[in-house]
Write a protein that binds this ligand. Structure first.
Ligand code: SAH
Length: 442
C-alpha cells in the first residue's frame, strides 16, 4: 500500500481500540497521494501498520477504518464480504422476507463507515454519506443484488456529503434492478405501513423506532393520544392498534400526514374499502371496545378484520406552536408522544437543543391529564440518555408534576452499536407515567 497516513505519537490508541474514526488532528503526515475515498494504510509514528481505512481529505474525520490489523487490505471482495456479513446478522435471507422492513447495514457499527442500507419488502435503499462509502458504491450495490435485492435505490441526498467533499447531484435514483413501487408495504407486527422511498425522510421510514412503537402502543388502551411529530403515523398507528380511544397526529409535513391517512385506512380495514374520510381529515368514528387496562390488552377487531376504528385526526402544524395553542385552549390528553427530529448535530449545539427538548416536554406534561403517559424521545447523538433524563426531570419540576419512568427505550435491534463506537448509539426514549396523588386517584 503506497498511500500511508502516519499518526502523531500518542494518538494511535483509539485505532488500537478499534474506534473507526481518525480526526485530522491525529494525523502527523501523509505519504503518497490518496484519492477521495481511496484506501490508505494507517501507521503509528514509528511506521507500524495499524490497519486500513478510507481517505476523506475534506472532512474533520480524515480516515474511516475498514480493517483493523494487517491481515486484510480492504478490496472489493472484502467490502462485499462486509455487506454479506452484515446481512447475515439480520437472518438467513432478510431480503426474501415478504413485507419486512429492516436496516441491513448500520454504518460504522456494522464495519462499513458511512454506509446505510435499508430494505423494504426486498427493495434496498442506500445512503452513502462518506467518501469511502461512495468509493465502494458498485461493490455495495453488487453485494445487495447478490443477496436477492429486487433493486437498489439511492437516497444519498444527505448534508454529510458536503463535509466529505462529495458530489451533491446525482445522489438519488435507481442503482440496480427495477424501479421500486411508489409505495412499498411493510409490516410491523400487525401494523401495515406504506413507505415512499423516493420522497420520504431518510430512506423512507424510521425503522429505528420499531421497538419503541410497540412499547408505546402497549400503554394506549382507552387513552386519548396526541402523537406529535407523527411522520406517516408511526406511534399513532401503534396506539390505535393498542386500543387508543382517539389519536391526533401532528406534523409539519402534509405529505407525511397524507401517507399517515393511508396507513390508518389500512389499519382500520384495508385500502379500497368504502370507509368514509371526513373533511377534517378524520378516519373512522366508532370507538374501540377493548378494556382500558394498561399493558397487553388485546386489540379490538373491526368489521373488516382490521382494528376497530377510533377517531383519528391529522393536523399540519408546528408542534411548538400547537402545544401552546392547546394549552391556551385548555385541551388535555391521556397520552402524548414526542418524537422530534434531531435538534443537535454536534456537542456545540447541545445547549440550544436542550432548551428545545425542555420546551416541548414541559408543554406536553402540562397537557397531560392525571395519570397520563408521556413517551418522549431524542435522536440527537450528542445528547446522552442521562442528560435527556435530566431535561425531562427539570421539565417535570417546572410543570409541577410527578412522573415515574416506566421504560427506557432505544434504537431497534437492527441498529446495533459497536461497543468500540459509542457514537453509534443515538436514539433514546422514556415512557413516563404521571403519578396521581391518592386524593386525586379516588
Ligand atoms: N415518529 C415518527 C418519526 C418522526 S420523524 C415515526 O415513528 O415514524 C420527525 C417528524 O417531525 C418528521 O415527520 C418531520 O416532518 C416532523 N417535524 C419536524 N419539525 C417539526 C415541527 N416543528 N412541528 C411539527 N413537526 C415537525
Amino acid at each position: 500500500m503506497s498511500d500511508k497516513v502516519f499518526l502523531r505519537a500518542g494518538r494511535e490508541r483509539s485505532v488500537e481500540r478499534r474506534h473507526p474514526w481518525i480526526f485530522s488532528g491525529a494525523v502527523e503526515r501523509v505519504e503518497g497521494t490518496p484519492s477521495l475515498g481511496g484506501t490508505v494504510a494507517v501507521c503509528d509514528s514509528k511506521g507500524r501498520t495499524l490497519g486500513y481505512g478510507s481517505w476523506s481529505p475534506a472532512s474533520q474525520i480524515r480516515v474511516r477504518m475498514l480493517a483493523f490489523g494487517v491481515d486484510c487490505v480492504p478490496d472489493g471482495a472484502c467490502v462485499k464480504g462486509l455487506v454479506a456479513a452484515s446481512l447475515a446478522r439480520r437472518g438467513a435471507s432478510p431480503l426474501a422476507e415478504q413485507h419486512r422492513g429492516v436496516r441491513l447495514v448500520h454504518g460504522e457499527s456494522d464495519g462499513l463507515p458511512g454506509v446505510v442500507a435499508d430494505a423494504y419488502d426486498g427493495w434496498c435503499v442506500v445512503q452513502l454519506a462518506s467518501a469511502g462509502a461512495e468509493r465502494w458504491k458498485e461493490e455495495i450495490v453488487a453485494a445487495l443484488m447478490a443477496a436477492g435485492a429486487k433493486g437498489v435505490y439511492n437516497r444519498s441526498d444527505v448534508d454529510a456529503r458536503r463535509r466529505e467533499g462529495l458530489a451533491e447531484t446525482g445522489t438519488t435514483g435507481v442503482l440496480a434492478g427495477g424501479e421500486p413501487p411508489e409505495r412499498i408495504e411493510i409490516h410491523e407486527g400487525d401494523i401495515r405501513f406504506l413507505v415512499d422511498v423516493r420522497h420520504g425522510h431518510k430512506t423512507g421510514f424510521y425503522l429505528d423506532q420499531r421497538a419503541a412503537r410497540a412499547q408505546v402502543g402497549a400503554f394506549a388502551a382507552g387513552r386519548d393520544v396526541l402523537n406529535c411529530f407523527s411522520y406517516t403515523g408511526g406511534f399513532g398507528l401503534a396506539c390505535a392498534a393498542g386500543g387508543a380511544k382517539s389519536v391526533e397526529n401532528l406534523d409539519l409535513s402534509q405529505a407525511a400526514l397524507d401517507l399517515a391517512k393511508e396507513n390508518f385506512a389500512l389499519l382500520f380495514g384495508g385500502l379500497g374499502t368504502s370507509r368514509p374520510t371526513g373533511d377534517a381529515g378524520e378516519v373512522g368514528t366508532s370507538r374501540p371496545t377493548g378494556d382500558a387496562g394498561e399493558v397487553g390488552t388485546s386489540r379490538p377487531t373491526g368489521d373488516a378484520g382490521g382494528v376497530a376504528p377510533c377517531p383519528v385526526s391529522f393536523v399540519c402544524a408546528d408542534v411548538f406552536k400547537q402545544l401552546r395553542l392547546y394549552r391556551d385552549q385548555g385541551r388535555s390528553f391521556d397520552m402524548i408522544v414526542l418524537d422530534p427530529p434531531k435538534f443537535a448535530d454536534t456537542k456545540a449545539q447541545l445547549m440550544r437543543a436542550a432548551r428545545g427538548y425542555k420546551d416541548i416536554n414541559l408543554l406536553a406534561m402540562k397537557l397531560l391529564r392525571p395519570g397520563g403517559v408521556l413517551a418522549t424521545f431524542s435522536c440527537s447523538g450528542a445528547m446522552t440518555p442521562e442528560f435527556f433524563e435530566t431535561i425531562c426531570r427539570e421539565a417535570a419540576w417546572d410543570a409541577k408534576r410527578d412522573f415515574q419512568i416506566v421504560t427506557h427505550t432505544q434504537q431497534a435491534v437492527d441498529h446495533p452499536v459497536s461497543l468500540s463506537f459509542p457514537e453509534g448509539s443515538y436514539l433514546k426514549g422514556l415512557i413516563l407515567r404521571g403519578v396521581v396523588a391518592p386524593e386525586q386517584a379516588i
